[in-house]
Design a protein around this ligand. Structure first.
Ligand SMILES: [Zn+2]
Length: 151
């Protein structure tokens, strides 16, 4: 099984994806999915701006790149930001056992809802993740509101 100290190493993969997205001119949110032994299955980042596609969130990108899995119970989804309802729904739909979030300060999303439904949710409270997105939100408030579905 994955040791808890490995969660930061997993988050580092998601942060690298978020920074890649930022470099592309996109919203800096990254994610990665790992199997029960901690092997990387897929990684991705939000590409709303880059591809004009509101359905490409970091979590859905990593999930799709992981391809088909027989079971997600032992999988860990790692994301730089607490997942929105759309991505929280994905975690529940496929019974992903563990969710690691970099932060839930900029956005709380469905983290508590997932906890209430038996998902192991770990919040690493990463100041690096908080700052990365907060700086983007300040500079791009309209794009951020669009991403979280706020009019
Ligand atoms: Zn999402």
């Amino acid at each position: 099984m994955v040791r808890s100290e490995d969660y930061q190493a997993m988050l580092d993969v998601a942060i690298a994806e978020a920074r890649l997205g930022l470099a592309e001119g996109g919203i800096p949110i990254g994610a990665a999915m790992f199997d029960g032994e901690g092997n990387l299955l897929g990684r991705g980042h939000n590409r709303r701006v880059q591809e004009n596609d509101p359905s490409v969130h970091a979590e859905t990108d990593a999930f799709r790149k992981a391809g088909r899995q027989r079971s997600y119970r032992n999988c860990t989804m790692v994301t730089t930001l607490a997942p929105c309802w759309y991505c929280s729904g994905l975690v529940r739909q496929f019974n992903i056992g563990t969710l690691v979030v970099g932060e839930s300060v900029n956005f709380q999303g469905g983290a508590q809802w997932l906890r209430d439904h038996g998902v192991k949710v770990i919040d690493l409270q990463s100041s690096e993740c908080v700052d990365l997105l907060a700086n983007y939100v300040v500079a791009n408030p309209a794009i951020w509101n669009e991403d979280i579905g706020q009019d």
